[in-house]
Write a protein that binds this ligand. Sequence first.
Ligand SMILES: C[S@@+](CC[C@H](N)C(=O)[O-])C[C@H]1O[C@@H](n2cnc3c(N)ncnc32)[C@H](O)[C@@H]1O
Length: 210
Amino acid sequence: MRLRNVKNANNIVNNSDYVIKNPEEYIGKYKSIFKNNNPIHIEIGMGKGDFIISLAKKNPNINFIGIEKYESVMVRAIEKLNNLNLNNLKLIRIDAINLDKVFNKEIDTIYLNFSDPWPKNRHEKRRLTSSVFLNIYDNLFKDTRHIIQKTDNINLFAYSIVSLSNYGYIFNKVSLDLENEDIDNTLTEYEKKFINMGVKINYLDAYKIC
Ligand SMILES: C[S@@+](CC[C@H](N)C(=O)[O-])C[C@H]1O[C@@H](n2cnc3c(N)ncnc32)[C@H](O)[C@@H]1O
């Protein structure tokens, strides 16, 4: 994601009703934000929000939380939300490494879409499917762990399969060509770009029972 310095990003993020400003205060209490017991799905690294906004519109009985590290990127999602009134979507600006400080046993599904591949070996721990992050995710999930990943990057994909498998995850589905699968797929911003370039999308859906 190319980052541009967005003027007023801090103000826009802090003034949006979609953004949870003090997420640590809601640890274990996200039901109180959504005012229902519906499942909660999060996208880590939601970027400009196309995917999570579309999912929230399509699935009113699921609560969605978009996680993004950078305000300047989150602002683009907030702009798209300005004319929408979605009760089942919230955003949190946080680095994923700190997610266990804001969620405790309340998440049903994690989406990892076109995550940064961190190709150098010395950066392995930064990959969102490394054991470091799988360990953090353990604290977030309510019961069964459930991760859905999409990526153009075959090396990250192969790494994720090994990492998830070593961690005890079982695969519902693995595909090297998502477009040609019979899966109800919601496109992300990056995915649209890659499809237009003729790049095949890798997909996995994995779970682990506690
Ligand atoms: C390549 S973009 C993909 C955006 C979107 N998911 C899509 O598919 O169009 C990756 C996004 O993840 C965010 N990101 C990367 N590492 C992160 C982390 N540790 N915690 C939260 N967000 C992160 C980046 O800022 C960026 O917006």
